[in-house]
Design a protein around this ligand. Structure first.
Ligand code: NAD
Length: 371
């Protein structure tokens, strides 16, 4: 089978879904690689590094000539139109973002797998792009915060005395939040963490951070957080407000799948922060967890600097690409039977990740959200 890699649709994207090691493994599986020239350049991979590959100049040639296409970020409408019916498209496809795109994939007979939909079960961990990229994003959040903070993260003793470590609060302790906690801890800050899923207490504490207990517990479908009720929001606000007012750095990573990010930190809470406090709102692209956040920029809200970074994993494209390529390889490998792709919908991982199959949108939650 031919496995194609187009250059991504987003010019700011530096990651690529293919790395040399994975290219070799794909050939061993029976794949021939068809790659758009330049698709890997921003991740510092040259054409020479990838071994035996057919290179073409345009996205259209990749789309039209492949049995399987790997992509980071959804393809444009034009690129989707170039796919042949029966092509398997696998990648991060932002499944909830655009109903027309899902319709176009279905109408074109594309079998599309959105890695954001991957069931979070043990067997699928090695395929989990949200987790691998979440780790990269959480790490970056802590570094951005440390670079912007008006204080040292660690305690520091110098000739004239000792400075106290910065206080960091991380809201949302999923994969990204836990990595932000771990990174801030390694830099020496005093770290607190908060999440609505009760099992995060132990995870936060195991990293040497303190759990902020608001008494709110909100586990929804598939172990993910659910949206909070008004009463729960009130309880959260009171307890969390105090912790927010006392920190130097606030990192927020809270998300609910398929929904706008919850706004957890109100205008009043930001205004009560310390002067010069730094907020890094990782949820900026999904609307933000913090009042005033602007995706892709840094704004002043009362006493605080609020940073709304976008596409954090793209800032470290070498490792982020390596992680994605391995995740995709682990997803596609069980699908290859006798050198060809077989889609086995009796497999819970395959079925759970499918966005469109045989001309129809098939993911129940996506259909519900997009209507
Ligand atoms: P996510 O990106 O969907 O959300 C980030 C965090 O925000 C979550 O921890 C969530 O609980 C939290 N959150 C949501 N609303 C909140 C609110 N109002 N206040 C505070 N926090 C709030 O999360 P994720 O990192 O993708 O992880 C989601 C789930 O998947 C977790 O249960 C995680 O343990 C699980 N997971 C399982 C596997 C696996 O077994 N394959 C891999 C990774 C993650």
């Amino acid at each position: 089978f031919v496995l194609g890699i187009p250059a991504g649709a987003d010019p700011a994207e530096r990651r690529t879904p293919i790395v040399p090691d994975v290219a070799t493994k794909l050939r061993a599986l029976g794949a021939s690689l068809l790659i758009q020239r330049g698709a890997t350049a921003k991740a510092h991979i040259t054409e020479h590094d990838l071994g035996e590959v057919t290179f073409v100049d345009t996205t259209k040639e990749v789309m039209a000539g492949s049995d399987v296409v790997w992509t980071i970020g959804p393809p444009t409408a034009e690129a989707i139109a170039a796919l042949r019916p029966g092509t398997t498209l696998i990648g991060t496809l932002a499944p909830y973002a655009d109903a027309d795109r899902v319709r176009a994939l279905a109408a074109g007979g594309v079998n599309a797998f959105a890695m954001e939909l991957l069931p979070r079960i043990s067997r699928a961990q090695s395929m989990d792009i949200l987790s691998s990229q979440g780790a990269a994003a959480g790490y970056q959040c802590a570094l951005i915060a440390a670079a912007r903070a008006p204080k040292f993260f660690p305690m520091l003793t110098y000739a004239a005395g000792t400075v106290r470590p910065a206080r960091v609060l991380v809201i949302g302790a999923g994969v990204a939040g836990l990595q932000a906690i771990a990174t801030a801890k390694r830099l020496g800050a005093i770290v607190e963490g908060y999440d609505v899923r009760p099992e995060t207490r132990e995870q936060i504490e195991s990293l040497g951070a303190k759990f902020v207990d608001t008494g709110v517990s909100a586990v929804g479908e598939g172990g993910y957080a659910r949206e909070l009720t008004e009463a729960e929001k009130g309880a959260q606000e009171a307890k969390l407000g105090k912790a927010i007012a006392q920190c130097d750095v606030l990192i927020t990573t809270a998300a609910v799948p398929g929904k706008k990010a919850p706004q957890i930190v109100s205008e009043m809470m930001v205004n009560a922060m310390r002067r010069g406090a730094v907020v890094v709102d990782m949820a900026a692209e999904q609307g933000g967890n913090v009042f005033g956040t602007v995706a892709g920029s840094e704004v002043r809200v009362g006493p605080a600097h609020v940073v709304g970074p976008v596409n954090l994993p793209s800032r470290m494209p070498v490792h982020a690409s390596e992680m994605i390529a391995k995740n995709l390889l682990n997803f596609v490998t069980p699908m290859v039977v006798d050198g060809a792709i077989r889609i086995d919908t009796s497999d819970e991982v395959v079925a759970g990740t499918a966005l469109t199959l045989d001309g129809a949108a098939v993911h129940p939650q996506v259909k519900q959200v997009l209507g």
